[in-house]
Every structure is written in C-alpha cells, then in structure tokens.
Design a binder for this molecule. Structure first.
Ligand SMILES: Nc1ncnc2c1ncn2[C@@H]1O[C@H](COP(=O)(O)OP(=O)(O)OP(=O)(O)O)[C@@H](O)[C@H]1O
Ligand SMILES: [Mg+2]
Length: 214
C-alpha cells in the first residue's frame, strides 16, 4: 500500500487569552469531521520528555538564566518534534499545535530581551529548517486577552500573566511583525470574533492555503 500523504502542521499563536486553546479544539473537531486524522498538541510539552521540561519551565520555582530557559524551551520543542509531530505527519495526520517557535521569539526575545541570534541559533539546531505549514496568529488587544485569561482563572494571574502591560504590548507587536515578515506561512485572524466565527475564518484559511476539505 502507498504511504499516506504527509499530514500538515498547523500552529496557533498569539498572546495570553487570545483564544488559541479554544480555537485548537474547534479546528481539530472540524478537520476530524471532514474525515482527516487529527492530533491536537501544545507547547511546551506534547511528548513525555517535553512535558517533564514543561514542569520545570512553568512552575516558577527557578529564576532561569534567559539563555538556559530558551535552551530548555527548544529542548522540549525538539523532543516534541522528534517524538510526536514528525511521526504523526509521516503517518498522514494533521497536527494542530497550540504555540510553537514563534512564541519563544515573541515572549523570550521581544518580551524579555533575549538576543534574537540566540533564538535563531537554537531554532537552527533544534528544528533544522522545519517550519509549520500554516500559522494562525490570533490578534487581540493585550488588555482584552488578559481580561479573558483572568476571568478564566477566577482572577489569579499566573507567572506570565503577571508580567504587566508593557510586556504584553511587546509580545503583541512581536506576533504582528512575525506575521508581516512571513505572510506565506502566517495568517492573522481577528480574535475579537466570537468562537464560532473565528473557527469558520480559520477553517477558510486552511481550505485556501492547505487545501483542507472544509
Ligand atoms: N473568540 C472568543 N471570544 C470570546 N471569548 C473567547 C474566545 N475564545 C476563547 N474565549 C474565552 O477566553 C478565555 C481564554 O481562551 P483560551 O484559553 O482559548 O485562550 P488561550 O489563547 O489558549 O490562552 P493562554 O495563552 O492563556 O493559553 C476562555 O475563558 C475562553 O472561553
Ligand atoms: Mg491556551
């Protein structure tokens, strides 16, 4: 039997509370309803070793050196790619991933001032030129995203959510500039739309750009 056609790798990016996880569920459901095999995953994490690293990165117990933190992010990403994403794509599965390398560029470099060359070097080693087939950038004013995230958590801000307005403005601007720099890979969606309209718009992008039967 012929090998299945390679699956497609779709990433969802954007600031806190923009609606990535909500959209990831809706998109995966639409792709599955259209008869495609789908895997939903998220970063940091998505493979056993990467989940272990997620615990180290997100618990907030360690004030990481910024380069060490980026190395751990990319170590987790490499593990996720090697153990989960690439095998799925090879098996013909469409992979919908909540955050990927763009988030490290936006948060660590634009947000925290990590030199871009560090990100570029780590990305070159960890990803070896691999990139998403399509990245959906959810565009929401940071204040609205924070309000959504706070409402979701019952008012208790987590480590990243507590970073402050200027930080989140830089992250927001970073996602815009990433999308502008790579218009072939990235599509910006207005995340102020209600969830169903957003899922419809995202589906249209996947249909137009990747030929998804949506
Ligand atoms: N399009 C939307 N319109 C209004 N509310 C939304 C929309 N999408 C998601 N929400 C709500 O906003 C909150 C945040 O959504 P979600 O968890 O999907 O965001 P996220 O981008 O994954 O956030 P995080 O970056 O913190 O993981 C949730 O309570 C969710 O129900
Ligand atoms: Mg989420």
């Amino acid at each position: 039997m012929a090998a299945p056609a390679r699956g497609r790798f779709i990433t969802l990016e954007g600031g806190e509370g923009a609606g990535k996880t909500t959209l990831s569920r809706a998109l995966a459901a639409r792709l599955a309803a259209a008869g495609l095999p789908v895997l939903r995953t998220r970063e940091p994490g998505g493979a056993p070793g990467a989940e272990a690293l997620r615990g180290l990165l997100l618990t907030g117990g360690i004030a990481w050196d910024p380069v060490a933190e980026a190395m751990l992010m990319f170590a987790a990403r490499r593990e996720h790619l090697a153990k989960t994403i690439l095998p799925a794509l090879q098996a013909g599965i469409w992979v919908v991933c909540d955050r990927f390398a763009d988030s490290t560029l936006a948060y660590q470099c634009h947000g925290h001032g990590l030199p871009r060359r560090v990100w570029e070097g780590l990305a070159a080693v960890a990803l070896e030129g691999f990139a998403p087939d399509c990245t959906l950038v959810l565009d929401l004013p940071p204040a609205q995203g924070m309000a959504r995230a706070l409402a979701r958590s019952g008012g208790a801000p987590d480590r990243i959510e507590a970073m402050g307005e200027a930080f989140h403005s830089r992250v927001h601007a970073a996602f815009q500039s990433i999308a502008t720099a790579e218009p072939g890979r990235c599509a910006v969606l207005d995340a102020k739309m209600p969830p169903a309209a957003l899922a419809e718009a995202a589906g249209a992008v996947l249909r137009d750009r990747l030929g998804a039967p949506l």
